[in-house]
Design a protein around this ligand. Structure first.
Ligand SMILES: NC(=O)c1ccc[n+]([C@@H]2O[C@H](COP(=O)([O-])OP(=O)(O)OC[C@H]3O[C@@H](n4cnc5c(N)ncnc54)[C@H](OP(=O)(O)O)[C@@H]3O)[C@@H](O)[C@H]2O)c1
Length: 336
């Protein structure tokens, strides 16, 4: 009998916010593992804002009516290669499906650290945490005592940025998010000093109130109005770390707010963007930095874990709408 996997296909290109109607769950035939490959049962899936970018008709974007791909952790359940052992848990990119066939070249082995849960390899120790760590150490080159503003501070990268910045000795930590409840949680639990809800007025006013004496570093996940406000609030030799532009992903035709270009010169500002995939060599340094803090309890996990592969599309759409707090992860509650 041929085995199948439940997969998610994109069935239409969205205009604006995607909806559940742009996706379909499809029973897809599974290639029987050939010699040199292994069958993996997925345990955890990552849903990410870059998936929204891949839904558009762009080079390298998702193909319609084909299983989607994304980051996942899975357990090897059958192996036809000595390089993959049945029972081991691996990281790979064949997500958005229940089962996947992988080769040793397509997986990454996870170092296992005592007391560190598996979800951490998709959140604070995964691409999310690596993005935050690279942003602070390689792009901002954060110095002790410097004051930061972080947009989308309650999300996966935003919470990791806040917690890492505290551990690295940052000064005042200001954030923005989309609800008062999330703002309260950030100041109560994550270590932010002041957080505003970006719906409550012009960003320039909200930021001036939260950071009246200015900022040294802006870690930006949003772009738009908040970026323009931050340029005005930055002190001399300030840095803007451009990580993402989520305010544009679902509203591509909205005009981009202007800022005073002279500020960049007069205040000697530096604006630099980066893609985490170009910094994979920093992964071991992230483990060295973060794992002891996780084990001692100084670093906590911020995750929204949604149970059930059948909810993966809802989890993704909810994350785009800001229903998450920390990294959004989907869990297989009943692995075989
Ligand atoms: N450069 C890289 O290599 C790299 C790597 C990873 C992620 N990123 C980028 O980093 C950003 C955060 O990613 P993440 O994985 O941590 O996602 P996330 O922050 O966990 O989730 C997205 C969040 O964005 C906020 N948001 C949605 N629409 C918004 C809007 N119009 N204005 C302001 N905020 C909005 C929502 O939070 P609120 O409720 O707070 O509004 C939502 O929770 C994204 O832009 C992503 O593309 C870049």
């Amino acid at each position: 009998m041929q085995q199948t996997a439940l997969t998610v296909h994109q069935t239409a290109r969205p205009h604006g916010f995607p909806t559940a109607a742009d996706f379909a769950f499809v029973e897809s035939p599974l290639r029987v593992p050939e010699a040199g490959s292994a069958l993996v049962e997925n345990l955890y899936w990552s849903v990410d804002p870059y998936h929204r970018e891949m839904m558009d008709d762009l080079p390298g974007g998702f193909a319609l009516h084909a299983p989607l791909e994304g980051r996942a952790l899975g357990r090897v359940v059958a192996s036809r290669t000595p390089r993959l052992t049945e029972g081991e848990v691996v990281f790979h990119r064949k997500g958005w499906r229940t089962l996947a066939v992988v080769t040793p070249e397509e997986i990454r082995r996870l170092p296992r650290f005592d007391g560190v849960p598996l979800t951490a390899y998709l959140s604070v120790l995964g691409g999310t945490g690596l993005t935050a760590y690279v942003g602070l150490t390689r792009i901002a080159r954060l110095q002790e005592g410097e004051d930061l503003f972080v947009s989308a501070a309650a999300g996966g990268v935003g919470t990791a940025t806040g917690r890492f910045a505290r551990l690295l000795g940052a000064g005042r930590l200001v954030g923005s998010t989309g609800t008062k409840a999330k703002a309260d949680r950030l100041t109560r639990e994550v270590g932010y000093d002041a957080v505003f809800d970006h719906h409550e007025g012009p960003a320039v006013e909200l930021l001036a109130k939260a950071a009246p004496s200015g900022i040294d570093v802006f870690v930006d996940h949003v772009g738009g109005e908040q970026l323009a406000a931050a340029v005005g609030a930055l002190r001399d030799f300030g840095r803007i770390v451009r990580i993402g532009t989520i305010s544009q992903y679902n509203t591509p035709t909205r005009s981009v707010p202007r800022f005073d270009h002279a500020d960049i010169v007069e205040k000697s500002l530096r604006m630099e963007g980066f893609l985490v995939r170009n910094y994979l060599d920093v992964q071991d340094e992230l483990y060295e930095f973060a794992v002891p803090h996780l084990q001692s309890g100084r670093l906590a996990l911020d995750e929204t874990v949604v149970d059930g592969f059948e909810h993966i599309v809802d989890a993704f759409l909810g994350m785009l709408r800001g229903r998450n707090s920390g990294k959004t992860i989907v869990r297989n509650p009943a692995p075989s």
